[in-house]
Design a protein around this ligand. Structure first.
Ligand SMILES: NC(=O)c1ccc[n+]([C@@H]2O[C@H](COP(=O)([O-])OP(=O)(O)OC[C@H]3O[C@@H](n4cnc5c(N)ncnc54)[C@H](O)[C@@H]3O)[C@@H](O)[C@H]2O)c1
Ligand SMILES: [Zn+2]
Length: 378
């Protein structure tokens, strides 16, 4: 039997690049930009009731002024709706919209990270993928989730709901982050978004870290111009990493999980009472503790906890079940043996470590959970 090998060659191994526009007040020019970048076909807008009530009119006006007749579909708010049923309904809405037209429609994702992940996954799966534009409306979505092309939904398994278990990679056409929209965002959501910005600063950017230290009160006011600087800086870092590791197979993207091994475990142990960013903030503190415990940094970067505290984010949580947190962490990494963490060596320099001795990790969680000095959530 002769064996033949056929090589499938791709001329472009990676997706094309794309623009991320960040600034206060950009939404009013969205229609014009869309026409310029993507032509005259009216888009299909996904949003959520809350975002639509607050900012839907502005989006519609902007699109109509540019000659579009947009259709829209609202996905109910909340992580509990980032599920199979809502994804399926979103697909039905797309199918109804697309009736008769052979051309692939363009989707616009106008909302927070939940909407972006779910609507994006609908776009990535409908007709094997239609183009979409991200218009993130939470700080978390602007600094993190709208960039990088990870899309998906949480999925119910016999072991419970697993976050982001089902999804796809697909990059947006472009991203428009209008920081003016964050004026209506509740303080708690703003703080949660800042946590991912702090993460990015610890990973890559001591200057951004100092900027955050200086400007926390103004950022939380919230000041659109300062926020635009943070969004642009975070997007630039994420874009660089994603460009090197689009499909999360080369290790570069793993860095972005700083604070997330602890964070995800805390999130699942606490259920939906926590915002993702809050868990990440506490996770960042734990990652610093681990760095100190493993002797990878002398001080354990106390400035990180200080910034987390200044941002009003949780750095200690009394009354959480340590066993539950540890179980969630092991579940998360069940098939990979040792626990993997990203830890900071100093500001702007982090690396991955494998931890065999779970007692180290448990001791850190224990310390962060046991103290009654911190802020409680729930
Ligand atoms: N794809 C990725 O790379 C990535 C990265 C990080 C997080 N995520 C996902 O993002 C999700 C969290 O996103 P989130 O923090 O944006 O939460 P979210 O989407 O639930 O939004 C939080 C709340 O704010 C409301 N809201 C949105 N914009 C608003 C505005 N301008 N004014 C007032 N209210 C507004 C929403 O309706 C919602 O009630 C999680 O599901 C997480 O898994 C994805
Ligand atoms: Zn995150």
């Amino acid at each position: 039997v002769s064996k033949q090998t056929v090589l499938v060659k791709f001329s472009k191994p990676r997706s094309r690049g794309y623009d991320i526009l960040a600034g206060g007040g950009l939404l009013k020019d969205f229609g014009k930009e869309l026409a310029r970048r993507n032509g005259g076909v009216s888009p299909f807008v996904f949003s959520s009731p809350r975002v639509w009530r607050l900012h839907g009119k502005a989006l519609k006006v902007s699109l109509e002024k540019a000659g579009f007749k947009p259709a829209f579909y609202l996905v109910p708010d909340g992580e509990q709706n980032k599920n199979f049923l809502q994804w399926s309904k979103a697909l039905q809405a797309l199918a109804a919209f697309g009736q008769g037209g052979a051309k692939k429609p363009l989707a616009v994702l106008f909302g927070g990270g939940v909407l972006g992940d779910l609507g994006g996954f609908a776009a990535a799966s409908y007709k094997r993928g239609i183009p979409f534009v991200q218009v993130p409306t939470t700080l978390l979505a602007q600094v993190d989730s709208s960039v990088g092309g990870k899309l998906g939904i949480d999925y119910n398994t016999p072991r419970g709901v697993i976050k982001n278990l089902v999804g796809a990679f697909a990059q947006p056409e472009w991203v428009l982050a209008d920081t003016q929209l964050l004026q209506t965002l509740p303080q708690r959501e703003l703080r949660a978004g800042l946590a991912e910005a702090i993460k990015t600063a610890v990973l890559f950017d001591p200057k951004l870290f100092a900027f955050l230290q200086r400007n926390v009160p103004a950022l939380l006011r919230p000041d659109p111009a300062l926020l635009a600087k943070v969004v642009a800086a975070c997007a630039r870092h994420k874009a660089r990493i994603v460009g090197r590791d689009e499909f999360d197979t080369r290790g570069a993207r793993a860095l972005l999980n700083l604070g997330h091994t602890f964070g995800h475990a805390l999130e699942s142990a606490a259920g939906l009472r926590w915002r993702h960013g809050e868990a990440v903030a506490l996770g960042l503190c734990c990652a610093c503790d681990l760095s100190k415990k493993l002797g990878l940094s002398k001080t354990g970067l106390p400035e990180v906890e200080a910034l987390v505290r200044a941002a009003g984010l949780p750095y200690r949580v009394p009354g959480m079940d340590v066993k539950k947190v540890m179980a969630a962490m092991s579940e998360d990494k069940k098939f990979q043996g040792d626990l993997r963490f990203i830890v900071p060596l100093r500001l702007g320099l982090c690396r991955g470590v494998s931890v065999k001795d779970r007692a180290h990790v448990e001791a850190i969680v224990q310390e962060r959970m046991a103290s009654s000095a911190g802020r409680a959530h729930g």
